[in-house]
Structures are given as structure tokens and as C-alpha cells.
Design a protein around this ligand. Structure first.
Ligand code: RP5
Length: 184
């Protein structure tokens, strides 16, 4: 049995640590990025649809019950008039990460960005880039890693991997004959 299976089973028993919610099934293609990243760090999140406008009661219940269900971080993705992250943050003291989605009803993405970013004092939402669900997953893992050395170790390895990828590109570019005194 792999470590991942063991960890996932443990998390199923104890409940998920990260909740990923989105306003519509149409956000799923983007929002699965958050789940994929978390799985890389062997964190199995829960994922479902909660719409601020179409299911306001479900939103309130989700946000208010999350902490007691053992969730530590909530990732919320929405597009257009994207009120989901802000309204979840209004109903919980858990950290909320907002993912602005460039959706079918977005004008150009700025509507989603600003709806999530421009929160009033007292109700913060940590907003990532437009369609930045992968970074939301990494950020959630970083929050969990404050109290979990296993996740912290996987994040360290991920940083090293990114370094390796860039250094491979440095080698590739150097073969093209450009001057680079820095790496001499
Ligand atoms: C938002 O409206 C959703 O988060 C989605 O991004 C957008 C469009 O939703 P659908 O009309 O595709 O269901 O609330």
C-alpha cells in the first residue's frame, strides 16, 4: 500500500483538510488545478459546487460548518460577479483563498478579479491570479505545512524541482550563443 493511499485513507477517516468549492460546474476545468496540486502534496481535498447567487443557503451552511468538519482552508473559485469567496469569508474564520475564473459570463476577467480582490476591511480573501487555481492549491498546502512536516517536506522538494527546471532552461538558452557573464 502506497504512502499516498495510506494518507488519503487517513484523511477520509478524519475528514478533508481543504475544501474546494466553485460557483458552477463550468468552473470545474480551471478549479481541478487546485485539487491536482494538492494531490501532488498528498493532500486529498473535497470538491463541490456552491453558488453564492443560486444556492445562498448552501453557501451559508458550507461556510459555517467547515471549521467543525475539520477543514483548515477553503478555496473558492467563481467568475463574473464572483461573490462566492467573499461571502464564504463573511461566514467563517477559516482562511479563504479566492480564484477569479474567466468564465462564460466574464466581460474580460477583470470583473471576476475585482469582485474577489476588493474586499472591505475585516473580511480578507487571499486572491490568486486569474484562473490561478494551481497556485491556490499550493498556497493551501503551504498553510497546512505550518503544522505538518510531511507536507512541508513535499513543498521543499517542489521548490527544488522548479529550480531544476529553470536551470535546465538556462543550459538550453546558453547553447543558442547568447552572452551570459553571470553563469560563467
Ligand atoms: C459564476 O457564474 C460561476 O462561478 C461561473 O463562473 C459563472 C457562470 O456560471 P454558469 O452560468 O456557467 O453556470 O457564478
Amino acid at each position: 500500500m502506497s504512502t499516498q493511499t495510506t494518507n488519503n485513507k487517513q484523511q477520509t477517516t478524519n475528514g478533508p483538510l481543504v475544501g474546494i468549492i466553485m460557483g458552477s460546474e463550468s468552473d470545474l476545468d480551471i478549479m481541478t488545478g487546485a485539487a491536482e496540486m494538492l494531490r501532488q502534496f498528498e493532500v486529498e481535498p473535497e470538491l463541490t459546487i456552491v453558488s453564492a447567487h443560486r444556492t445562498p443557503e448552501r453557501l451559508r451552511e458550507y461556510a459555517q460548518q467547515a471549521k467543525n468538519r475539520g477543514i483548515k482552508v477553503i478555496i473558492c473559485g467563481a467568475g463574473g460577479a464572483a461573490h462566492l469567496p467573499g461571502m464564504v469569508a463573511a461566514n467563517t474564520i477559516l482562511p479563504v483563498i479566492g480564484v477569479p475564473v474567466k468564465s462564460s459570463n466574464s466581460i474580460d476577467g477583470w470583473d471576476s478579479m475585482l469582485s474577489i480582490l476588493q474586499m472591505p476591511y475585516g473580511v480578507p480573501v487571499a486572491t490568486v491570479a486569474l484562473n490561478g487555481a494551481k497556485n491556490a492549491g499550493i498556497l493551501a498546502a503551504q498553510i497546512l505545512a505550518l503544522h505538518d512536516t510531511s507536507i512541508a517536506g513535499k513543498l521543499e522538494a517542489f521548490k527544488e524541482y522548479q529550480d531544476d527546471i529553470v536551470m535546465e532552461s538556462v543550459k538550453n538558452v546558453s547553447r543558442l550563443g547568447f552572452r551570459n557573464e553571470f553563469d560563467r
